[in-house]
Ligand binder design. Structure first.
Ligand SMILES: [Zn+2]
Length: 229
């Protein structure tokens, strides 16, 4: 059950609570007791020191000669960002519920660039995950809806800026199994290759009325057009 905003306020009452909550969900790696890779001898424990960083807490090796310190943000959604854990949680929460950027900016006292960057980041990470989790879908008597327009253009791919890539996706109507892929262009050849790579032969494909798909019938698919008007 997704948490309510009032629960998030309670979680964000202190850094301790935020960290404990993040541990419980695996949002922050719990390194307590793990062997330190630097000295292969000491074990990590959570230490509190507000001079270390704004997060107050950090991992410290128990071996006094080693003294290795590790940020609690390592390997997490929070790594490499300057904003407080609290603000990042709120931004992510607001993004999930499609809350207007102006509102979030005002509530969290953050600048325009920050909210734009974070909203893009949330979106990009979700697309990456959808692409990674993609599977070949469809088959005989299965209906798959395809669309390249819904997802629009993306400006980044694997962290680097790109000259507008299209995100193309397909979803099984009944099971909701899906695939997503980024493409440089929307030529007939590109889309047909994507369809063949990601959708099994015999599938009934539903798409908007676009002539690049007219050849699907001769490629072993059944094609039903839907006119979005
Ligand atoms: Zn160590």
């Amino acid at each position: 059950m997704p948490i309510k905003l009032k629960d998030l306020f309670i979680i964000c009452e202190s850094v301790e609570k935020i960290i404990q909550w993040c541990f419980s969900l695996g949002l922050i790696l719990d390194l307590s007791g793990e062997v330190c890779k630097k000295c292969s001898h000491g074990h990590f424990g959570l230490r509190k020191d507000s001079s270390f960083s704004n997060d107050i807490f950090y991992w410290k090796c128990s071996n006094k000669k080693c003294n290795k310190k590790v940020s609690i943000r390592n390997g997490s959604w929070f790594q490499g960002h300057n904003l407080s854990l609290e603000k990042i949680l709120f931004i992510t929460y607001f993004w999930i519920y499609k809350i207007d950027q102006e509102f979030v900016k005002h509530q969290l006292s953050i600048c325009n660039q920050t909210i734009v960057d974070w909203y893009n980041y949330c979106r990009e990470v979700c697309i990456e995950i959808l692409e990674i989790d993609s599977e070949k879908i469809g088959g005989e008597n299965v209906i798959v809806e395809i669309d390249e327009s819904k997802f629009g253009k993306r400006k980044y791919h694997k962290g680097r800026r790109v000259e507008g890539q299209w995100v193309f996706g397909g979803i099984e109507r009944d099971s909701k199994k899906s695939f997503f892929a980024s493409v440089e262009n929307r030529t007939k050849e590109t889309l047909l290759k994507l369809i063949k790579d990601n959708i099994k032969p015999g599938t009934t494909i539903i798409s908007d009325c676009w002539k690049a798909y007219d050849c699907l019938g001769s490629e072993g698919f059944e094609h039903l057009k839907v006119n979005h008007s």
